[in-house]
Design a binder for this molecule. Structure first.
Ligand SMILES: Nc1ncnc2c1ncn2[C@@H]1O[C@H](COP(=O)(O)OP(=O)(O)O)[C@@H](O)[C@H]1O
Ligand SMILES: N[C@@H](CC(=O)OP(=O)(O)O)C(=O)O
Length: 456
């Protein structure tokens, strides 16, 4: 079972989570926790602020004070008073920030060490609380029990061959040993070559949970959030969005990849690799809600539209060959440029002499480097293609039954016509679960709402 930041935001929420765990007495669940509330964001903020102040001013940085107060107050409210393990981590975290301030440098590696304090604190706090309630627990830092990753700080990939057997061995109960519920840090791993703490990308605790599920051979991984499951759209855009009872791994992956922040985009990978592992999304604020069951297959006979996802702030690139029609090798040349620049593209549409594609700039470049990097990418096409870019576009992904494309698109274009929206590009058919439309950012939310009204 995984509980995200929203499920652990306060002492009251932590009590509720403890109750949820204890409501499955017949099972001995393995628990993965994220950092409390918005702690990860606060740690990132503290790192940036440490670069701007003298070392002596670090202890009074506002985000650091908020983190300290949140954990101390929560421990006190849970009846645990001052805890040595929490205090020692808080002081280590402050020392790291002082170091960042002295060095005037925050590397990706240091940033991963910094944000790791969120999960290291929450798991210790929660394990102590459950123990205080008479439940045997054992806290583990995932990076110390075998969660092995690439050394790509901030977005590391799990190395399954190393990780799965190591986790299984580390969590096996020796014969005769008393049972204790493992409480494990989400989001964190250890880089295979550097040996340093890595993170799995924002929202990465979902992935930790499914990796553990695969390692331990469990039947179901439950990820507990603050919504009644995966919804028909982002509830911050469409207030009438309602839960989707069932999804396939492919649908959940497309949905997460194209912007539904409810799940980590790689979280389904471990479940796809083992034969019988399902993932269930549940609401810790509303236990009775059935949630969403995500599994390998589902009956698609009556399915038309499943969910509508919006991803904003994307760049659209139009690449037109400068050669004549009928020249071969154009597409290969285009994608060589992306390979050489190590850039992956999201949505693609092609004709014989042109390609349009979208780039998720937030995944590729630092915000202040975007313009420079795009210019350098454009010049990499040399004289074999003319390239133009449109910024601030949105991808609207229709997670749907692509076998029914004709009737879906007929309704989609009726809605777009009514809203006088111009589609800049479209891609359908390559994925069996997703039709993507590209529109201007300014129109994205309105179109999502209008399409939701039409299909739900
Ligand atoms: N299609 C969607 N279905 C459900 N939630 C969504 C969707 N798209 C975006 N969200 C957002 O995802 C949030 C839950 O994910 P997240 O914040 O990662 O939870 P947690 O921190 O508890 O793991 C919801 O509060 C909601 O605002
Ligand atoms: N704490 C990390 C990892 C995570 O998965 O968080 P959450 O489960 O709250 O989305 C983050 O904020 O990215």
């Amino acid at each position: 079972m995984k509980f995200g930041g929203s499920s652990l935001a306060s002492a009251e929420r932590i009590r509720e989570v403890a109750e949820i765990i204890c409501s499955f007495p017949e099972h001995y669940p393995c628990i993965v926790l994220s950092a409390m509330g918005k702690t990860t964001n606060l740690l990132l903020q503290a790192g940036q602020e440490a670069l701007r102040v003298a070392p002596g001013a670090v202890p009074s940085l506002a985000p650091l004070r908020t983190i300290r107060e949140l954990h101390r107050r929560t421990a006190a409210e849970l009846g645990m008073g001052s805890r040595e393990d929490i205090e020692s981590l808080l002081s280590e975290m402050q020392q790291l920030l002082v170091g960042i301030s002295i060095m005037q440098e925050l590397t990706a590696r240091a940033q991963d060490s910094l944000v790791s304090f969120g999960e290291r604190l929450s798991t210790r706090l929660f394990a102590s609380y459950l123990r205080s309630q008479g439940v045997a627990t054992r806290q583990h830092d995932a990076f110390s029990i075998g969660m092995t990753t690439t050394d790509d700080f901030q977005n590391a990939d799990v190395l399954y061959a190393e990780t799965l057997p190591a986790l299984k061995a580390a969590l096996a109960r020796p014969p005769g040993a008393p049972r204790a519920i493992p409480i494990i840090t989400g989001f964190l791993g250890r880089g295979i070559n550097t040996g340093a703490i890595t993170t799995l990308g924002r929202g990465g605790s979902d992935l930790t949970a499914t990796v553990l599920g695969a390692a331990l051979g469990v039947e179901e991984v439950q990820v507990w959030k603050d919504v009644d499951g995966v919804l028909t759209s982002d509830p911050r855009i469409v207030k009438e969005a309602r839960p989707v009872p069932m999804l396939t791994f492919d649908e959940a992956t497309e949905l997460a990849f194209f912007g539904a922040t409810v799940l980590h985009p790689s979280a389904m990978q471990p479940a796809m690799q083992v034969s019988s592992l399902d993932v269930r999304v549940k609401n810790s604020y509303n236990r009775k809600a059935a949630g969403t069951l995500i599994s390998r297959d589902r009956d698609m006979t009556d399915v038309l539209m499943t969910s509508i996802v919006l991803k904003t702030d994307v760049t659209l690139m139009d690449i037109v060959s400068t050669r004549m029609l009928g020249q071969f090798g154009f597409l290969a040349q285009v994608f060589d440029v992306f390979r050489d620049n190590q850039i992956s593209v999201d949505v693609v549409a092609t004709s014989e002499i042109s390609v349009s594609l979208t780039l998720d700039q937030s995944k590729i470049w630092e915000r202040d480097l975007i313009e420079e990097e795009i210019q350098s990418l454009m010049s990499a096409f040399g004289d074999f293609a003319k390239v133009s870019c449109t910024h601030n576009v949105s991808i609207i992904s229709l997670i749907c039954n692509v076998a029914k494309t004709s009737s879906i698109l007929e309704r989609v274009f009726r809605v777009l016509g009514r809203e006088s929206v111009n589609v800049k590009m479209m891609s359908q058919g390559a994925s069996k679960t997703n039709i993507s439309l590209i529109v201007a950012d300014a129109e994205g939310r309105t179109v999502v709402q209008a399409l939701h009204d039409e299909f739900f």
